[in-house]
Design a protein around this ligand. Structure first.
Ligand SMILES: [Fe+2]
Length: 258
């Protein structure tokens, strides 16, 4: 049996500049730690303030240079500033109903990223985004498809969304707010696909910050709920057969056999 460890640093909902002091204090408190990847799960800025992202990303990159940063958009990273964010922060890989494949410590990882799905669109969304209900319904199908394909392709599959993909990790919020914080339709997909990790934000007042759905571990990494940045230590356990199969595949590819 082979056990490999991935250090994932994750957070959401800094709402810079609102919780920036909490973020900086938490970042400064991290000592003797080296992440393999950094994941930003949305609402890093408040009210579409594109420039505020630098107040988070600059100290982050200074402390952890050359570590891959993967981000998704939250509801505060408005649709109409997405291109500006992508163009202004090229050190970040932005995912929007898309997948990134990368190899870290010899582990092939697929990260599927999306703003996520709400069970009920907010009154603002209903008024301002035409076809929002259909968009959410369609997004569930798209994410299912991406996760199924990722499972076939990668050893480790991670889903990152801003909205909660289950109601379990929003517990502590007012019950009536649940449909505006996440959706159980993605929970059904998680039960079906059994991916490795799910990282989300948006629920600032949740008291249940971690949960399991079968083998899938779910983390709510909202900075105000956690009172800081989240360190996730993920262990990839491979059986001897899986390790041997992986080695054989590697040798075949090295030998030029497709
Ligand atoms: Fe949010």
């Amino acid at each position: 049996m082979l056990i490999r460890k991935l250090n994932i640093l994750a957070f959401s909902d800094v709402h810079a500049p609102r919780y920036l002091p909490l973020f900086i204090a938490s970042l400064n408190a991290i000592l003797n730690y080296s992440p393999d990847i950094i994941i930003l799960a949305g609402d890093i800025i408040d009210h579409g303030r594109t420039n505020a992202l630098s107040t988070v990303v600059n100290p982050l990159c200074k402390k952890f240079p050359n570590i891959p940063i993967v981000a998704i958009f939250g509801n505060e990273e408005y649709f109409d500033i997405e291109d500006k964010l992508i163009n202004s922060y090229s050190q970040i890989t932005w995912l929007s109903d898309s997948v990134l494949t990368l190899t870290i410590k010899g582990i092939k990882i697929c990260i599927v990223g999306s703003r996520g799905v709400l069970e009920k669109p907010t009154p603002w969304q209903r008024k301002n985004i035409k076809g929002i209900e259909y968009m959410y319904k369609k997004r569930v199908e798209v994410l299912r498809d991406l996760l199924v394909k990722a499972k076939q392709k990668c050893e480790v599959v991670i889903l990152v969304t801003h909205y909660a993909p289950t109601f379990i990790t929003v517990k502590g919020e007012p019950f009536t707010a649940y449909p505006y914080l996440g959706s159980r339709s993605l929970e059904r997909i998680l039960r079906e696909t059994q991916i490795d990790l799910v990282i989300h934000g948006h629920a600032h007042n949740s008291r249940v910050l971690e949960a399991s759905l079968g083998i899938t571990r779910i983390y709510n990494v909202a900075l105000p709920a956690r009172k800081g940045i989240t360190k996730i230590e993920f262990h990839k356990v491979s059986s001897r057969e899986e390790t041997q199969k992986g080695l054989l595949r590697f040798l075949k590819v090295k030998g030029g056999e497709k």
